[in-house]
Design a protein around this ligand. Structure first.
Ligand SMILES: Cc1cc2nc3c(=O)[nH]c(=O)nc-3n(C[C@H](O)[C@H](O)[C@H](O)COP(=O)(O)OP(=O)(O)OC[C@H]3O[C@@H](n4cnc5c(N)ncnc54)[C@H](O)[C@@H]3O)c2cc1C
Length: 501
């Protein structure tokens, strides 16, 4: 392309950042003018594939609007800007090419994705670009390990996570983040940046904020980079991550990077580079490594999606496992509204509805409950999460759901979580339940995890009336009875042993 310096249009999708952005870097090197473009694609605001939930819920929309606004400011500060349009990229990009004249546009560049809806956009763009004689250039930038650097082709991606991790750790490397220029080649003269839409354009209300939220953050590259600074360098929380990561309350028990990663506001390679710097300058321990270990899970699901394609969305999963699934609407409604009568499930489901975030511990449990206790079609859960999560990432979401439903490629696939044991292990005093289910707050200690086992007198005293102020459980599992909500004193235990009761 040397000698034919012209305009390059950079279609930004899940790479809403300036740092470590190869699309913008390449365009800057090869064009006289760069047009960073973001399209609010109407398909993202329609319904989920099978069950018709809104595809983008208000919490994620909020994060996205904030991220786009932040990126525009950052790009303006480096002498460029962000063109924003509402419409499908397959329509908007050719319109822009025509506006500037196809001979003036050297290329369209974008970051590649791996799942079908995103690949359809790429195929559509390829067609319209070819018709206009404009090159479409794709870059890989969403994973820690670059596609060209992993020691397998897509069909050879190991099925089991540990094997995947060991192979990439031993036989690959993580590239350093790309050093971006201090200023970016400007927009062509006369470019209209366009307004960023507001909530009302989507017919959605601003969800506001909830003081109980574990994710009290704004979207955008600036807040994402500030989060790394805080979590690593200011609070040193990273040095205890492995011990705290299964927490349930507050913003500091885990990194909370997921939403920034899902929107590409922060690059995984940037996080990796900061972990390595932290390990060199402060401390290297199991916790610092574990952040990378978790990011490799994220990579793993992207590579699994490349291998299995649309099987990732199939009821029978990756290996075509036949199971009995139901679509009991009453049960699904109870699950999604946090009214199953099982406090650990309900608290988590209420949290995600109120804030767009749920801890990993919570997600593992509510997913197991839906798929293994209620035997509901797991895609109901996945599509509900797709709507709700501020950090929805198609491969992490569907990959984890496949796993939880036992239709992925996991050797531990028959694993079923025990809601009561999990509640007592991770929320022994019931503080998390009291935070999200105020109607149970009169029940003291861990007994709050199984209100149905309390006597009428105890329930009365706590101001709880099962079936009225809080539901009776819609199902119970036999293994729950192993965990009593009452602390059994040693004396009672001894008597039981002696009497064999
Ligand atoms: C049913 C279910 C659905 C999920 N859906 C999503 C989703 O849509 N988007 C998403 O990013 N994560 C998803 N996860 C994975 C995980 O729960 C979240 O990444 C994590 O809770 C986000 O909080 P954090 O950023 O503080 O994570 P941390 O514990 O701080 O982990 C650091 C990073 O590692 C990655 N990571 C951690 N655990 C996983 C995992 N199990 N799978 C893939 N990546 C992981 C994430 O990028 C995360 O930001 C899902 C898990 C389950 C069980």
């Amino acid at each position: 392309m040397a000698g034919r310096m012209k305009i390059i249009i950079c279609l930004l999708r899940n790479d809403l950042r300036y740092h470590d952005n190869e699309v913008l870097f390449w365009a800057h090197k090869n064009a006289t003018n760069v047009i960073p473009l973001y399209c609010f694609d109407p398909r993202h605001y329609k319904s989920t594939y099978n069950f018709g939930f809104p595809k983008t819920g208000p919490h994620r929309l909020k994060f996205l609007l904030e991220s786009v606004e932040d990126l525009r400011k950052t790009l303006q500060s480096v002498g460029s800007g962000l063109v924003v349009r509402s419409g499908q990229p397959e329509d908007v990009v050719p319109q822009l090419i025509q506006q500037f004249g196809k001979d003036e546009v050297a290329a369209v560049a974008l970051q590649e994705e791996v799942t079908s809806e995103e690949l359809d956009v790429e195929a559509g763009l390829q067609q319209s670009c070819s018709k206009l004689g404009v090159q479409l250039k794709k870059f890989w930038g969403s994973t820690l390990y670059h596609r060209q650097d992993v020691p397998f082709d897509p069909q050879g991606v190991p099925n089991v996570y540990t094997e995947f991790r060991k192979k990439v750790e031993n036989r690959s490397h993580i590239r350093p983040p790309i050093n971006m220029p201090n200023s970016l080649k400007g927009l062509p003269q006369g470019t209209e940046e366009g307004d960023i839409p507001t909530f009302s354009s989507f017919g959605v209300k601003d969800p506001g904020s909830d003081s109980r939220s574990a994710f009290p953050f704004r979207g955008g590259e600036s807040t994402g980079l500030a989060r790394i600074e805080d979590y690593f360098w200011k609070s040193d929380c990273i040095s205890q991550y492995k011990e705290t990561r299964n927490g349930l309350i507050g913003s500091e028990y885990s990194t909370k990077f997921a939403a920034w990663l899902a929107h590409g506001c922060v690059s995984p390679r940037k996080i990796h580079a900061e972990v390595k710097r932290y390990e060199k300058e402060r401390t290297a321990n199991q916790s610092t490594y574990w952040v990378i270990f978790e990011l490799i899970w994220r990579d793993y699901f992207k590579y699994v999606a490349m291998k299995f394609g649309n099987k990732m969305f199939a009821l029978n999963g990756l290996l075509d496992v036949q199971k009995q699934w139901t679509k009991n609407k009453r049960w699904f409604d109870a699950w999604s509204k946090g009214l199953t009568g099982v406090p650990f499930v309900d608290a988590n489901m209420r949290e995600v509805a109120a804030t767009g975030f749920m801890s990993n511990r919570g997600r593992q449990n509510v997913a197991s409950f839906l798929a293994k206790d209620l035997c509901l079609d797991w895609r109901l859960g996945a599509e509900w999460f797709e709507q709700m999560l501020v950090d929805h990432d198609v491969t992490s979401n569907y990959g984890n759901w496949l796993y939880s439903a036992g239709v992925g490629n996991d050797p531990r696939e028959s694993r079923k979580f025990n809601m009561i044991k999990q509640g007592l292990d991770y929320d022994p005093q019931g503080d998390y339940i009291r935070l999200w289910i105020p109607e149970l707050k009169g029940i003291k200690g861990g007994a709050i995890h199984m209100p149905w086992t309390l006597s009428n007198a105890e329930l009365n005293q706590a101001g709880v009336s099962l079936g009225e102020t809080y539901p009776s459980p819609i199902v119970t599992a036999p293994e729950w009875s192993r965990h009593t909500s009452r602390p059994v004193s040693d004396k009672v235990k001894l008597i039981s042993v002696i009497l064999h009761i």
